[in-house]
Write a protein that binds this ligand. Sequence first.
Ligand SMILES: Cc1cc2nc3c(=O)[nH]c(=O)nc-3n(C[C@H](O)[C@H](O)[C@H](O)COP(=O)(O)OP(=O)(O)OC[C@H]3O[C@@H](n4cnc5c(N)ncnc54)[C@H](O)[C@@H]3O)c2cc1C
Length: 643
Amino acid sequence: MNTHGEVATFETDQASCDGRERLIRAAVEKAHPNALRVALYQATADPALAAMPAERKPFWGGTYYQVMLADGDVEVLRRKALDYLLSNPAATNELPSDVVLRRYMEIFNGGVVDDFTFAMGKEELSFEDFPRGVDWESEPSQNAKAAFHVIIIGAGAAGLAAAVQLDRLGVPYTVVERNAGVGGTWWTNDYPDSRVDIVSHNYQLSFMRNYPWQHYFATQPELKAYFQMIAETYDLLDRIRFNTELVEAQWDEETASWHTRLRHADGTEQTLVGQVLISAAGLFNQPNLPDIAGIESFKGRIFHTTAWDHSYNPAGKRVGLIGVGSTGAQLVPALARSAAALSVFQRSPQWVGKRDGYRDRVDAEVQWLFDNMPYYWNWYCFALFHTMFDIEGLQTYDRAWQAAGGFVSERNDLLRENLKEYVGAKVGHRPDLARHLIPDFPPLAKRLIADNGWYDALLRPNVELVTEGIERITPSGILTRDGCHRDFDLIVLCAGFRTNAYLWPVRYEGRNDQTLEQAWEKDGARAYLGMTVPNFPNLFIVYGPNAQARAGGLMAWLEIWVRYAVKSIAMMIENGVRSMDCRPEIYEDYNKRLDHTLEECIWGGAKSYYVNEHGRQNTNMPWHPRDYYNWVRKPNFDDYRLR
Ligand SMILES: Cc1cc2nc3c(=O)[nH]c(=O)nc-3n(C[C@H](O)[C@H](O)[C@H](O)COP(=O)(O)OP(=O)(O)OC[C@H]3O[C@@H](n4cnc5c(N)ncnc54)[C@H](O)[C@@H]3O)c2cc1C
């Protein structure tokens, strides 16, 4: 019985139903209840659906929260959804008004929604064709548009999103891409078992609706195909110069343009002039090659995960793997399955946690529901977004909690306990191993790693965890500091990326002959809102310094940064503005506040790629994403010198 006294009947009559009904029943049963409820309400306006109480309930031992329905209501909901779907409903393409949409969100939320949730939630719902699209305020002439040429560096997700936006506006552009194809990270990182560790439906561009992901956590081939599909659908391929690297960019004040030097794969060079540069070069585009003595002397095979040699079969080989960050930990199970012996060299332990459905396929029933239940896909995406933003206290210190003996905050400490319990459940019977797998830093101080079978792999008889430091690499293997030498056929370097070397090795020379390197020499890369730097006019950095928001899917943020850049370009063209650069005083003030806010965040407490060589965390955004979203939703041109 549900909270209104109705008797649930969904589970009955299973035997008598036909194939179609069985499919719908299965689909409805697998649906996210609250997303299904709001979709059905949007389709039917059935007041009983709106009246079902929704409550914020903890999961993962209170670390995270999601809005749930009572079990009895779920049964009634399923019955109603089944009846509705059996009636072969037709979706309308009518866009709900903002007032109506807010009401739907409130039903989902079980209470008021704030302006941020409404604004970003509306984008995540993707009811519009281009939820983050930029439109002209007053469309300029073709000549005005043609006078502006934009150079986009990189054809990963961000570069493609920028190209699509400029295409819509009819602004000329060229994409410059070092690789031979699109997809960026997912073009390069094709090592075995490479996949995302956030849900695919939250790792997608908002203008491509209901993409049929095969996995809840998409694999690298799927992701590569996804970006290829986007490039083809929007006809971008002709505008991308592949196998071409930006080497240098120089600002010319007189012509208000960037003069770039491009190098092709065959070593030849050319110049290209553009009024605006959008650097969509990514955070993870320069592999970090570890500085280990003797590395060049190794006579076997050795490669970084970004340069996986698919012609080499590790089956039956002795393999050494160096580094257990996200990539190393993800790769270990695949190598463990085939190698004769695998030695995993770990400098320090990482928090590796369970991800529900990490290897699951999106089954046919669920995809059927996405395709056939009006609005369900939209509300499913909204549900993912909604859960992700409930982050209060996870990454910031609670000083009162600490004074009372806690580590970080109630929520972060809970997460730590849950993760410890998980490690215990996995390897607790092997205390010799378990003691090397519990980090001494708080979870989320480094990127939390998804368990891809990491613990199970470590328990295999052919796998060994080596925690002794590496002394050097020898011609035949690896010597550790305790004097132990291991022979290998293959050494895999999982040493990550030079994430703090923003935009490196490109030489950017702005106004007054100043280079970015000089502007950043004191303590590493900085940018206003993670995007712009004084004296580097018309340069927009996507995924720039301290821009990585504490919550939300990265694809959403890439689109938001791109929108900021494209809105700025549109403003310049519309108003005859030739250049814009951040006011130095705005930049200084922003960075002061940034440093101050960072003191309350947990990332400084661990050695990770978040922290640069000056000891400053310069990857993550310290403020709540709600604030950041409001600042970057549209540019405030008062923050800029316009010429
Ligand atoms: C193995 C791996 C797994 C990841 N998993 C996740 C995940 O699960 N979830 C998540 O949110 N993020 C993940 N990331 C982060 C990932 O990089 C982003 O999600 C996303 O791909 C960033 O897109 P982008 O377009 O900004 O950059 P990229 O995908 O890095 O694309 C940048 C492009 O710019 C090109 N480029 C760079 N410099 C130049 C130059 N000078 N000249 C010409 N071209 C240039 C590069 O070749 C590249 O194609 C992962 C990263 C890695 C490496």
